[in-house]
Design a protein around this ligand. Structure first.
Ligand code: TRP
Length: 335
């Protein structure tokens, strides 16, 4: 049977949090164990420098993300796990695709439009103030990430769907002009709702409302204690609708445990108690991985060699693909 090829990138800014875990990492690792799926997961460090110009942060985040995925059991024998910057073919393809991409298409990208809108709202005379070419053209880099390995299914959050559609457009245009080289990718958006953060909005680094995945147990409990609840006293029945605590519970609970917590809410469980139980539930799922994470974080050389081996394996595909592309566009040896 032909396997479908899943490919996704993780931008290396920030520390993995529960929202990343539930929304992206856990499903991706499950998918990597599915024999009908071939997975390509990479650390998108050249995407990280679009917004972050602090070298230490980029390096630290790369390390944390790599260790997180490995600690959670990503099987690097049966998947491709690599760092974007270790695949030079991506950059070369990115330029080639840049030359096939309409500027007007990039003008419509949400990330760029959002930045322009912010400038306009701030009354800036220059709508492009502070916007780099990196931000403007990053959908092209993302396209290169995808096409270099002929990614088919691209798991992304809703905000990235437009970029995957752009990748498809660019691939189509290239194929039309130079012959069928690229597979046309499509986005897959997890149907599960996004995890809420401490304040009830989507859990996101930009809102500062995250619960880090691999903090010490003590810190994890502390973060959980900060989840917004209401003023209902112990003994007063509580409503599961609109309860961030209950929603996070559900991201870790099986049906039986979901029912258990609904009963507890109805019986008026104290918020403090519910938070203790939530800690125990999450901790049970991640405690072993946390130990492996701590070990890996202390063994950066080992992690580095896993990443380099992953890149070597991936480049067996990116090299010949890029060679085909060069041939197709006329960047060829003379004869
Ligand atoms: N831009 C994506 C994000 O911010 C990350 C990413 C980079 C990506 N390259 C990719 C996702 C290629 C899917 C495919 O989430």
């Amino acid at each position: 049977m032909k396997k479908s090829r899943y490919l996704t990138g993780i931008t290396t800014t920030g520390t993995p949090h529960l929202g990343n875990y539930v929304g992206a990492i856990r499903p991706a690792i499950e998918a990597s164990q599915n024999p009908t799926i071939e997975s390509y997961y990479f650390l998108a460090d050249y995407h990280a420098i679009i917004k972050c110009h602090e070298p230490e942060k980029i390096q630290q985040s790369t390390k944390e993300i790599a260790c997180t995925w490995l600690a959670l059991g990503l099987d690097t024998e049966n998947s491709f796990f690599y760092r974007q910057s270790d695949i030079p073919e991506i950059q070369e393809l990115s330029w080639i695709l840049t030359c096939m991409t309409a500027k007007g298409l990039m003008n419509r990208a949400h990330a760029y439009k959002g930045a322009v809108q912010e400038n306009e709202e701030a009354g800036s005379p220059d709508p492009d103030k502070g916007i780099t070419m990196g931000l403007f053209s990053y959908p092209v880099l993302m396209t290169a990430d995808i096409l270099i390995f002929n990614g088919e299914k691209i798991p992304v959050g809703k905000d990235q769907v437009q970029h995957v559609e752009m990748a498809r457009d660019i691939a189509q245009r290239f194929n039309h002009h130079f012959g069928e080289i690229f597979t046309l990718p499509e986005a897959v958006v997890p149907d599960q709702a996004v995890l809420k953060g401490l304040d009830g909005r989507k859990m996101s680094k930009s809102y500062g409302n995250t619960i880090p995945l691999f903090d010490t147990p003590k810190k994890l409990q502390k973060s959980i204690n900060k989840i917004k609840t209401n003023l209902l006293e112990p003994g007063e029945p509580k409503d599961i609708d609109d309860s961030t605590l209950y929603e996070i519970w559900c991201a870790f609970a099986n049906e039986e445990k979901k029912q258990y917590m609904r009963d507890q809410y109805a019986a008026g469980i104290a918020w403090g108690q519910a938070k203790k139980e939530l800690f125990a539930l999450i901790n049970e799922e991640i405690a072993e991985a946390r130990e492996r994470y701590d070990e890996l974080m202390q063994a950066p050389k080992k992690v580095e060699s896993i990443l380099l081996a992953g890149a070597e394996k991936a480049r067996e595909q990116s090299r010949p693909l890029l060679e085909n592309v060069r041939q197709a566009i006329g960047i060829r040896g003379l004869q």
